[in-house]
Write a protein that binds this ligand. Structure first.
Ligand code: ATP
Ligand code: MG
Length: 172
């Protein structure tokens, strides 16, 4: 399904804004794409699956961040139309527990749960991120994480942006 990616992410944010804020976290949406309403960044996605990815990441952020912390959903652009590698970057950033360096290589593995998760008796099966990775790779994107233990985590996934052929040809 072809969707306006920024509008889609904004609608997910609006849907989850209250539930996340109810837990005490601050939660904000940031659009850094600079895209205009008349030139939307169109992605071809399974909306149910991508919603599942964003929700998994946001629920992790919520689960592993103390209620005084903050969570951001950020959209950015990468690449360029000219080079043919235009894409959307979606980031879920939190100021939570972070992930130990030793755990980082394994967080996308099935059933892997960081030692902190066991200690802090949080619920979960360790499948969430493995499913996210599968869905994103199926869409031709990538997913990775940057994190500092005790400081927070940023999960970033990419989605290729559809290029409007007619418009592209006009530029030649
Ligand atoms: P499930 O998603 O199946 O309910 P889970 O949340 O424990 O369980 P994943 O979502 O796959 O499993 O995450 C794997 C592990 O990665 C987590 O147990 C946790 O140790 C770590 N992790 C994931 N997201 C974060 C985050 N935002 N901050 C800190 N640690 C995280
Ligand atoms: Mg999870």
């Amino acid at each position: 399904q072809a969707v306006d990616s920024v509008a889609f992410c904004r609608s997910l944010f609006e849907k989850l804004e209250l539930p996340i804020k109810q837990e005490g976290h601050s939660f904000a949406f940031i659009d850094n794409t600079g895209s205009q309403a008349d030139k939307p960044l169109i992605v071809w996605i399974d909306v149910v699956r991508i919603e599942q990815v964003v929700m998994n990441l946001l629920f992790n952020a919520q689960k592993f961040t103390p209620a005084s912390g903050s969570i951001h959903l950020i959209v950015e652009k990468y690449g360029s139309l000219e080079k043919g590698d235009l894409g959307l970057k979606v980031k879920v950033r939190d100021t939570g527990n972070g992930i130990d360096d030793e755990d980082i290589p394994f967080v996308f593995d099935r059933f892997y749960r960081g030692r902190e998760s066991h200690k802090s008796r949080s619920a979960g099966t360790g499948l969430g991120l493995a499913i996210c990775k599968e869905i994103i790779e199926h869409h031709g994107g990538t997913i990775d994480v940057e994190s500092k233990s005790g400081k927070g985590s940023t999960f970033t996934f990419t989605l290729p942006v559809m290029v409007d052929m007619e418009e592209g040809e006009e530029d030649v």
